[in-house]
Design a protein around this ligand. Structure first.
Ligand code: PLP
Length: 414
């Protein structure tokens, strides 16, 4: 869910699209300069312009880099893609970040590499025992050409918390944030123009070393890749429709629901696919003990509004502590709402005024209806609820640099 609906009228300060430069031949690969060293070097230049190609794993040329002196003070050219129709699908970009360390050691030095497939032993811990975590954050293009990250240190801290639970070493907060910055700047031409979307940043931490008996892997890889994205749900800012799942659970007390480990996600696919087959957008999970309290949706947190009170399930080990959730609580309080973090019973959905979901990917997604035990409750008959809209507007204005960052949440890259 991006800015389009609310911020139409604002015109981003961007360069118009240019045609892809055709790669002269695959032999150009030899001419590539040394790997990216932390400074920006994708520029559209009148002088000293070099074209270089690289190939994907099928051996096809997949893209063209324009490489020039890092000191050039010119504006980067946008990738030549259809910016008006971005969804939430993977699109390969130019560079990814990689850093490795052995078990018992600390991560020390990572580097950018051309984006491409990675090699893993069939016996890697991640493949056999699911020893892995991921993160998700976004970079936004500001109207003045700057590039903004939203609270990246929070993602770093959550990764560290998850790594502790999954017996993995993890990068420091500084290493994480630095690596994110480098990766975003190296892929700058893939950041959508203001109002068209954002650059989704996907850090991964995995047990990449070979292990046969169940044990922590002997080697770990921290990797970051990025992809331009638009709306997560096909509904965009339009309300989504949820079904409450009563048989399958996303998490159990004492399990790993509170960290962003990869196994939490494969486990929800069955319920999610069944829901989608019936025309729902996603699934709302209940707690596995009482089967009565709301937990969260497959990949976002949930809020329930009644009068001036906004309630959200408290974080108790089975719910992912969303960074959007945390930010929205602060934004809502600053706007005069009473926010309650507590057990939220499924019955409360019956007389709620509004329900909305939150997450990096969805930002804020208003809920149009929830179906529970065959009964459907609808919300927002007049369109998107007032509270959802107000908070969405406040949060996205901050994320895109349209309002002053009094919270100190924004990291500007230029
Ligand atoms: C299960 C789950 N809950 C909630 C969220 C929202 O978290 P955040 O706001 O940090 O993106 C996510 C997305 O990362 C998620 O995967």
């Amino acid at each position: 869910m991006e800015s389009g609906a609310i911020f139409t009228g604002l015109r981003p300060n961007i360069i118009p699209h240019h045609h892809h430069q055709l790669c002269p031949s695959r032999s150009t690969i030899k001419l590539l300069p040394p790997l990216y060293s932390g400074k920006r070097h994708f520029y559209k230049l009148s002088k000293q312009l070099h074209f270089a190609c690289f190939s994907d794993n099928s051996g096809k040329n997949v893209d063209t880099l324009q490489v020039a002196s890092p000191s050039s003070n010119v504006v980067p050219e946008l990738a030549d893609i259809d910016w008006d129709n971005l969804g939430f699908e993977f699109m390969s970009t130019d560079y990814m970040y990689m850093m490795k360390c052995s078990q018992g050691e600390n991560f020390s030095k990572g580097e950018l590499q051309r984006f491409g497939n990675i090699q893993l032993s069939p016996s890697a811990g991640i493949l056999n025992y699911g020893q892995g975590l991921f993160e998700g954050l976004k970079a936004y293009r500001k109207y003045d050409g700057n590039i903004l990250l939203f609270r990246p240190e929070e993602n770093a801290l959550r990764l560290r918390m998850g790594a502790e639970r999954m017996c993995m070493p993890s990068p420091t907060v500084e290493q994480f944030v630095e690596a994110v910055k480098e990766t975003v700047l190296a892929n700058e031409r893939w950041i959508p123009p203001l109002g068209k979307g954002s650059l989704y940043i996907r850090p991964l931490l995995m047990g990449s070393g070979a292990v046969l008996g169940l044990a922590p892997a002997p080697e770990y890889t921290f990797l970051i890749y990025v992809s331009p994205v638009g709306n997560y749900f096909k509904e965009g800012l339009a309300p989504i429709h949820l079904i409450v799942e009563t048989e399958m659970h996303r998490a159990t007390p004492g399990g790993t629901g509170g960290v962003k480990t990869i196994g939490n996600y494969a486990g929800v696919l069955k319920a999610q696919s069944a829901a989608k087959a019936k025309g729902f957008s996603d699934v709302l999970y209940l707690d596995s003990v009482h089967k009565r309290y709301l937990e969260e949706v497959s990949s976002c947190n949930v809020f329930v509004v009644k009068d001036n009170v906004i309630a959200t399930p408290s974080i108790k080990g089975t719910i992912l502590p969303g960074i959007t959730r945390k930010s929205i609580i602060d934004v809502a309080v600053s706007q005069g709402y009473q926010v309650e973090e507590r057990f939220v019973a499924v019955d409360e959905l019956l007389d709620a005024d509004e329900v909305f979901c939150t997450g990096t990917a969805v930002v804020i997604s208003p809920v149009g209806s929830i179906t529970y035990l065959g009964k459907r409750v609808s919300y927002g008959r007049d369109g998107v609820g007032l509270v959802s809209q107000q908070i969405y507007s406040a949060l996205t204005s901050l994320q895109m640099g349209l309002t002053e960052d009094n919270m100190d949440w924004i990291v500007a890259l230029k």
